[in-house]
Design a binder for this molecule. Sequence first.
Ligand code: LLP
Length: 452
Amino acid sequence: MDSRFQLTRTQAEGLAAEFGTPLYVLDEASLRARIRRYQAAFTAVASRSQLTYASKANSTLALLAIVADEGVLIDCASQGELEAALRAGVPAHRCHLHGNNKSTQELEAAIEHGVHQIVVDNFQELEQLRILSRRPGRSPRGHQTEAQATEPGSTGKGEAPGRAAGEMPDLLLRLAPGVNPLTNAKISTGQEDTKFGFNIGDGSARRALQMALENQLPVKGIHCHVGSQLLDPEAQRGAGAALARFARQMHAEFGWTCEVLNAGGGLGIRYTEQSPMPIEEYCRLLVGAIQEELQGSSLDPILVQEPGRSLVAESGVTLYTVGNIKPTPGRTFVSVDGGLSDNPRPALYDARYEVLDFHDSEDRQTVTVAGKHCETDQLFDGISLSSAIKPGDLLQVLCTGAYNSSMASNYNRYPRPATALLRSSGDFLLVQRRETWDEMFARETLPPDLLK
Ligand code: LLP
């Protein structure tokens, strides 16, 4: 069954009339169902497990609130994403902070808010954290013994361990396991020469742990994320196994107990013809690879996954209105009222999407759906649309719930689109209105002498 959300014609017409286009639409019911399916698949193979949502995929506040309501923690890759989670009502102790180049101010803010974990990327950050952990009034907590260790989280609605704001959060070391994922090079992160994390192969990861332990930093576990939109799970399996092996070695060498093993996100989805692995099979493979490496050791870390795309992409569509239709000697362009500014993925990653019209006719034509930006901006190529398509018709693009609104821009001074949420009750609610001109220009000042 196709689990990808799509609008009916009546819904699309109602939404376009009420909120205009382009419009992002999110579906609460399929979002909740997808999260529950992932949680069930993960707990079925790992009783001590926790899902965390990579909020870079979509940090619309209403979406964050729904995800958190399902018991999922929130992974924030910046202070802005942490601010979004807090504004969505997610307590800081259910968030963790990521980033490959965090500023001291970002680290300080995360600590002051009382985040659950900070995922440490590099030696400079370790040093920043060492200094911050010694600020007056902030007692370094160090690494706890197994008996003191925090209780496992769960993929249910259990609370993440709380701590007083200002107390040092748990730290995870982000590791580069040296695996090469088969995906677009722009979204590969696990290979040897990645900018992310401590390299295991060249000994950096070991040195980082040693340094953290010597400085009594509360390092609780390890993390990796090898890439995104992965359709072959080999990279994640390899990385999970490499992390587990590292945990064993560090236990043997330093007596350090890895309490948290976070294998990142990355599971791909079906945009057009792809066939990603079902979540259940993926969880089984990933957890199996980790457990196999840990077998015979006393280590039993909480296993964490932090998917973004695979949790939210399928629950979103973008609705556009067709403008002009231009046959050329080579192809027919169907131009829509959005483009690069609301979906940069085709331009950045050659991403392809399924585009649907709302005509019933069998008669089809193959067209290029173009955006309205001053760029080649061929949004979607080789799209089969009804031959009856005409200016003013609506088109919906499936699977735009991830990395669309979060990557939107104002290029060509287009206001960013609104977002409507289809509540589980069946009602639509505007959860983000369209950007206004005043908002677009609010940050700018004209030098008075140039003001005519
Ligand atoms: N964890 C970390 C540390 C990450 O860097 C990412 C994604 C994720 C989790 C979630 O990965 P996912 O499950 O969504 O694949 N803008 C690109 C995707 C960049 C992903 C960056 N990191 C795109 O539109 O395809």
